[in-house]
Design a protein. Structure first.
Length: 233
């Protein structure tokens, strides 16, 4: 280890951002934290295990995902009490952004333990900055509810938002979302950011109806960041 770099701090929860597709997007700091921590809490241990293996890192892995958050949070807090250094990662991007992590962060802070973010790749930021839509003010809504009525209600509640709106969506519901955007925001500019940082990265821009025409002609695959122009004042 470089003598100029401070060692990791005991009893600290490190939130480590990981690549959203391109492995070159891992940071040097993230690699050091993963090498020097005591345990890695991962959303999917198989996925994160492959990432660690790629970079020649061998660490104990602790499964941490939506349905065991409460139990695992208690275990992570107990590890912090023992002075361990815990790295939390999700499948891609920054922990806590539409991914598990928020509960354990709150628990660690409530128990007076240190929480440190290790910045890195985030689909939200990558999509927004390259979208061409205004970036000085934005509203991130993550994944919309699955039920149609709840989705429409959510979109209706966002009609007065001035800043650019940002959503995450899967390829299985992208056409459905475009249809809903066409109903709620027919005249707004929409950008579909697809497969960010990967080989087939693509930005599709237009009104909702224009993007629906594209979706009808070709299969739109991959994970999406969907950006919608805000209300005009």
């Amino acid at each position: 280890m470089n003598a100029e770099l401070p060692p990791l701090t005991a009893s600290t929860l490190y939130l480590v951002a990981t690549p959203i597709g391109n492995l070159e997007d891992i940071t040097l700091r993230a690699l050091r934290v993963l090498r020097e921590c005591d345990v890695v809490a991962a959303e999917d241990t198989r996925h994160s295990g492959q990432l660690l293996k790629h970079f020649g890192i061998s660490k104990p892995l602790l499964s941490y995902f939506q349905f065991n958050e409460a139990k695992r949070s208690e275990e992570i807090i107990e590890r912090l009490r023992r002075g361990e250094k815990v790295a939390l990662v999700t499948d891609a991007g920054s922990p806590g952004i539409s991914d598990p992590g928020e509960r354990v962060v709150k628990a660690a802070i409530a128990a007076s333990f240190r929480v440190e973010a290790i910045p890195g790749a985030c689909a939200l930021v990558a999509g927004l900055t390259a979208s061409g839509l205004p970036t000085e003010e934005f509203h991130f809504a993550g994944f919309l509810p699955h039920k149609s009525g709840q989705r429409r209600n959510k979109l209706e509640s966002l009609k007065t938002v001035v800043g650019t709106m940002v959503f995450y969506e899967s390829p299985y519901r992208i056409e459905k979302l475009l249809g809903e955007l066409n109903e709620a925001f027919p005249e707004r500019d929409v950008v579909l950011a697809r497969e960010l940082t990967k080989k087939f990265e693509e930005f599709l821009r237009g009104k909702p109806a224009q993007l629906l025409e594209i979706a009808a002609k070709r299969s739109l695959k991959g994970e999406f960041v969907v950006l919608v122009g805000g209300a005009t004042t």
